[in-house]
Design a protein. Structure first.
Lengths: 210, 210, 210, 210
DNA sequence: AATGAATGAGGTTTCATTCAT
DNA sequence: AATGAATGAAACCTCATTCAT
C-alpha cells in the first residue's frame, strides 16, 4: 500500500528534502532538528531548503501535514464497504496500526506534537484527526443502535487506541536497550500490526461489546 | 499526599531551579528549553544552575528523575494493603491518574522522553518504570489465579492505561484551542482523575475480567 | 625565501584566519587569546573560524603546525650541499636565526608550548623538531669523525642554540621597556641574524671545536 | 638549602595560597590558571585569596616575586668568597642550575613571562634579573683583565645559560612523552644539576676561555 | 578569618538564514 | 536550480569577584 508521504508532482529535490526532514524531525523534534542535518541527509545544499520550501517552521509544517495528515481518508476508504460495526471497529484499529507501522515517523512526530500542545500543528491536520474521531463515533453509535455495543465515550476509546499504539511503538528502542528486561517486555516486536494490534483489538472490543 | 518533585534536604535555591527546569523542559523539551528561561523562572542567576547542578544535560537528568522517578514506590504504597485483585487494579489506575494530575510535568516529559527513544532516560528511572509494570503483572496474575481475570499481556495493559492518560492529558490544550470541536471532545476536563479515570478503569476492567 | 606560514592551496579566508590566529596566540597564549580578537584581526565573521577550521583547540593546533612545523625541511635544504662540518654547523645556526627573525611568532609560541609541557603540541611537530636535533647530531658526529670536533651531547647543543635564540628574541620588548638598563643590554637589536647569531655561532663553534 | 618561596612571617594560610598559586600559574600560565583551582589546591576558601592577597593580578605578581625574585642575592652569596674568575663562573652556572632544580616553578613561569613580553613582570624582579647579568659581567670582565677570558657579550652568555637551562628543564615532560625518541634525548634526566650543568659549564667555559 | 552562595560580564560555540556566484 | 561562504543573533557555559553570614 502506498503511503501519502511525498505524493503528487513534487520535484525530486523537494521530495528528498521532505523525506530527510521527516526523519530528522521525528528523531529530534522541532528544536532538536538541525537544518544542516536535514540538508545532509537529503543530499542537497542547505540553501535549497530555503529556496524550495522556506524556513524551518514552514518545513516542519509541511512534514507534519505529510506525516499525520491524510490518515482519515485512508481509514474511511478501508471502512466504507463494511457493514458490521464490530468488523468496522476491528478494521479501524488494524488500519491505524498499519499506518503507524508503515510510516515510522508518525508515532514520534505525533507524540511530540501532542506533548508540545500542538504548537506547530496546522489546523488542517487537527481537522483531519477530528474526522477520524468522528468516524469512530459513527461506528460506536451504530453499534449501540444495533444493540451490540454499550455506551462509551468515543474520544476516550480513540485516545486509548492511539495512545497505546504510539506509546508502544516509540517505546521499542527503549525496551530493546535494557537487557535486564524480561523477554515478555523486551522482545515484543516493535511492529504493532499482528499480535499487538490483535490484542488491542480484542481488549477494545471486549470493553465495548455488550 | 506529598508529591515527589523536589523532596529531601535540597536547598531552597536548588528546589527552585529544579521546579523551574521541570516546567520549562515540560513545555519545550530538552532542545527547546532555554537555560536563561529556567534561571529567570527560578529567580536565580544563571551561573547558579551550573554551580549547584551542572550543565543542561545534568539538569535535565535531574528533572527526569524527580518527575518520573519514584512513582513505583508511591503506587506500591497505595496497593499493598488491598486484597482483592480487581480493587487493586482499580487503585492502580486511579493512583496513576492522580499522579499525572498532580504533577503536570509528568505527561509531557514522559511523552517526549519516549518519543526520543529515551535518549536522556537515566537507567534508574527505567528500572522504576519496570517495577510498575511488574506490579501490574502481579495483580493480573493473581486475578487469573483466583479465576476472575482472563489471560492478558500485562505490558500492553500498562501501555494502554499509560498511553491513554498521557495522551489525554497533554492533548487538552490542543482540544481547547479549536472551538469547532464538539463539546464532547473539547470541554472534556483536562483532569484525568474523576470521570476520565473512572471510564478508563471500567474499560480496562471490562476487558480484563472473565 | 618564502616562509612556511600559510602556504599551499588554502583559501584566502583560511589564510587570514590562520595569520590572525598566529599573531594573537603568540601574543597572548592559548588561554589568553580571544576568538573574537582573532576574528576581528582576520576581518572575518567569528563563525567562519568554526566553519573553516573548528574550535579554538583545533585552530591552535593548526597554528602550531604552521608556525613551528616544517622547519626541519628548510634547514635540511640549506645544509645538504655543504661539505665541511664546521660550515654546516654555522649554517645550521644561521638558518635557525633567520627563521626566528622572519617568523616573529615562532619564538613566543614555541616558548609557551614548551612551558606548558607541550600540552597542545601535535606529534607531527614533535617529530619535526626531533628531525632537526637528529640533523645536528649528524653534523657533530661527522665533525668528530673528521677529527675537528670534540665529543658533545648534541641535544644540549641544540637546546643552547634554540634556548638562547628564543629567549633573546622574546626578551627584546622587556629589555626595551626599562630605560635604566645599560645600552649594552637594552639597545641590543631584537634581530638575531647578524651580530647576535654570529656571536652564538662563534661561541658554539669555539665550544665544540678541538 | 632553603628556598625563598614563602619566607618571612606570612600566615600559614597565605603561605598555602602562594604555594598553590605558584604551582597552578607555573602549569597553566596567568590566563590559564583558575582561581578556583588555586583555592582548591591551597585547601582554602576562594574568598580568602581576595581577603588575604587581592585579585588575580596581585596574586600573580606576588608569585612572580617569590619565584624569580631574590635569585641575585643567593648567587651573590655563593660567589663573593671566591677569587678565581673561572671558578666564579662555574659556581654561577651551578647555582643557577640548583635554583631551577629546587624551584620547579621557576623555569615555566619565567618562560611564559618572557614569552608574554613581561606583561606581568614587576619592575623589582626585572631589576633583580639585571643584577644577575651585572654580576656575570663583573666576572667576565675580571677574567678578561686577568688575561684568562676572551672578550664576549655578557648578556649573551647569560641568555645562553638561562635559555638552555629553562628550555632543557621544561622540555623534560615533552621528551618523556614520546617513546620513539632515542634514549640519548628521552632518558636525559630532568635535573640540570649534575651532568647537564657540568656540560653547560664546560661548553661555556671552553667558549669563554682564551 | 572563613565559608558557601551569588553575580555579571564575557567567553566559546551553534545555528537559522542569506548572499554572491 | 544549486553551491560554498558569510552573517548575526543567541545559546551555553565559565570565571573573576563579591556578599551575607
Amino acid at each position: 500500500m502506498d503511503l501519502p508521504l511525498s505524493a503528487g508532482k513534487k520535484s525530486v529535490t523537494v521530495k528528498r528534502i521532505l523525506k530527510a526532514a521527516a526523519s530528522v524531525f521525528s528523531e529530534s523534534g522541532f528544536s532538536g532538528a538541525r537544518v544542516d542535518e536535514i540538508a545532509k541527509r537529503a543530499g542537497v545544499n542547505k540553501a535549497m531548503i530555503y529556496y524550495h520550501i522556506g524556513d524551518k517552521e514552514k518545513l516542519y509544517a509541511e512534514v507534519i501535514s505529510n506525516v499525520i495528515g491524510n490518515t482519515a481518508e485512508m481509514i474511511e476508504g478501508k471502512i466504507k464497504d463494511i457493514r458490521d460495526p464490530e468488523e468496522k471497529l476491528r478494521v479501524y484499529v488494524r488500519t491505524f496500526a498499519r499506518n503507524i507501522d508503515d510510516n515510522p515517523q508518525v508515532a514520534p512526530v505525533m507524540m511530540r506534537e501532542v506533548a508540545s500542545g500542538g504548537k506547530h500543528l496546522p489546523e488542517v491536520v487537527a481537522r483531519d484527526i477530528f474526522r477520524i474521531v468522528n468516524m469512530l463515533r459513527g461506528i460506536l453509535k451504530e453499534g449501540v443502535e444495533k444493540g451490540i455495543f454499550i455506551e462509551t465515550v468515543p474520544f476516550l476509546i480513540h485516545i486509548m487506541v492511539l495512545g497505546a499504539m504510539i506509546t508502544y511503538k516509540t517505546s521499542a528502542p527503549i525496551r530493546a536497550r535494557y537487557n535486564w528486561l524480561p523477554p515478555g517486555i523486551r522482545r515484543l516486536d516493535d511492529r504493532i500490526s499482528g499480535n499487538i494490534a490483535d490484542e488491542i483489538e480484542n481488549i477494545i472490543l471486549k470493553a465495548v461489546k455488550k
